[in-house]
Ligand binder design. Structure first.
Ligand code: PLP
Length: 391
């Protein structure tokens, strides 16, 4: 047993909530209006302004938002959506749930983002959309991606779950392009507990999301039940129950004002990890993208490859847990999971870069209130483990 096991457990992520969030949630509880209402309206207006988006629609999660955005495309059986294997299940699942086929394209081994040149080769007669994921908060190369989409008449639904306040060539994600979906899960860069927002330039998609997030009703509950609203409504489709509550928006309103502070703290820690690992040649880390960008530093990832580190990734995860340090696993390449293999015929070897990365990647602890002492503990634990592994 080392002294680490006596230290408190260090999680890989932790939300930073202040008295403002707590007081606002209490105010919601006391107000008598818990679900979608004035605070959701205010939060949507704040997000629209902050992200520079033509339309912003709050939803119960990014998964719900991706599902609704995909449904709005009206996919028919056999229609294809191009995406990356190095992502969370929700990206692929929502394509399937909306009736589409996820067509995977390997990642760039440097940035871990979808390889846009390979996207060009994967476009076929049934391709309807592209769903890029801005992995860890590093933007995908959107100019060539959008020119491909324009050339072939494809929709682009950006999975921005990692990428709130990511900038591509000086522009914030959400302020340009087709459609974006951001996540407010507690592990993400800002939180509402569970929650998400869909931003889009397309008024028809905005309208579809707005109706489908609440039972297919043409008006939300606030409009129906507040004094200003009318009780009369129409159902125009069998919709979902994907609305955000005022309890969630109460948290989000205050998180949004502190988001840049969160990202600054993450960036400082990421740059410090970079310095601390500068001469660790055994440890592969993603390379910055070769275009102007602002990274949102949702994740700080390294590859633990057995030949170089002397230990395989899964044993490394266990060894760090023994030292009371939590790590994330983002992500095992999607084509290795049972469902996608059985349904779409994917098999090991199909996407070698994503597969190699997914088999060795770990997300190190990174959150706004993390101290440099905690960070030093992570690095010291890694040094011990690698040293012991090499014998
Ligand atoms: C977290 C995440 C999602 C889902 O977000 P939820 O808000 O938890 O539904 C989707 N895609 C990616 C890449 C994610 O990391």
């Amino acid at each position: 047993m080392t002294s680490d096991s006596a230290s408190p457990f260090l999680p890989f992520a932790k939300p930073d909530l202040h008295a403002e969030e707590i007081d606002e949630v209490v105010a919601v509880l006391k107000s008598g209006w818990l679900t979608t209402g004035p605070r959701v309206q205010k939060f949507e207006a704040a997000l629209k302004e902050d992200l520079g988006a033509p339309h912003a629609l709050a939803v119960s999660s990014a998964t719900a938002g991706l599902h609704l955005a995909m449904l709005a495309l009206g996919l028919k059986e056999g229609d294809e959506v191009i995406t990356t294997p190095l992502t969370f299940a929700a990206t692929l699942n929502t394509i399937v749930l909306a009736g589409g086929k996820p067509v995977l394209v390997d990642v760039d081994p440097g940035t871990f983002n979808i390889d846009v040149e390979r996207v060009a080769k994967a476009i076929g007669p049934r391709t309807k959309a592209i769903m890029p994921v801005h992995f860890a908060g590093l933007p995908v190369d959107l100019d060539p991606l959008y020119s491909l989409a324009d050339k072939h008449g494809l929709r682009v639904i950006e999975d921005c779950a990692h990428a709130i306040h990511t900038e591509y060539k000086g522009r914030r994600l959400g302020s340009f392009g087709d459609t974006q979906v951001f996540s407010f899960h507690p592990n993400k860069n800002m939180t509402t507990g569970e929650g998400g927002v869909v931003t889009t330039r397309d008024p028809a998609l905005a309208k579809a999301v707005s109706v489908q997030r609440f039972h297919g009703i043409d008006r939300d509950a606030f409009n129906r039940f507040s004094k200003a609203g009318s009780q009369v409504y129409d159902v125009i489709a069998p919709g979902y129950k994907y609305n955000m509550m005022d309890i969630q928006a109460a948290i989000g309103l205050h998180q949004l004002t502190r988001l840049d502070g969160f990202i600054d703290a993450r960036r400082k820690l990421a740059e410090r990890y970079d310095k601390l690992f500068a001469d660790w040649n055994s440890l592969v880390r993603p390379r910055p993208a070769p275009f102007a960008h602002r990274h949102a530093w949702h994740l700080y990832t390294v590859l633990v490859e057995e030949p170089a580190c002397g230990i395989d990734r899964d044993s490394f995860l266990a060894a760090m847990k023994d030292k009371n340090i939590g790590l994330g696993l983002h992500y095992t390449a999607a084509h290795l999971f049972t469902f996608y293999r059985e349904r779409f015929g994917y098999k090991p070897g199909d996407f070698p870069h994503a597969e190699r990365i997914g088999n060795s990647i770990v997300s190190l602890p990174l959150f706004p209130t993390m101290t440099t002492a905690e960070q030093d503990r992570v690095v010291a634990a890694m040094r011990d483990i690698f040293k012991a592994a090499r014998g």
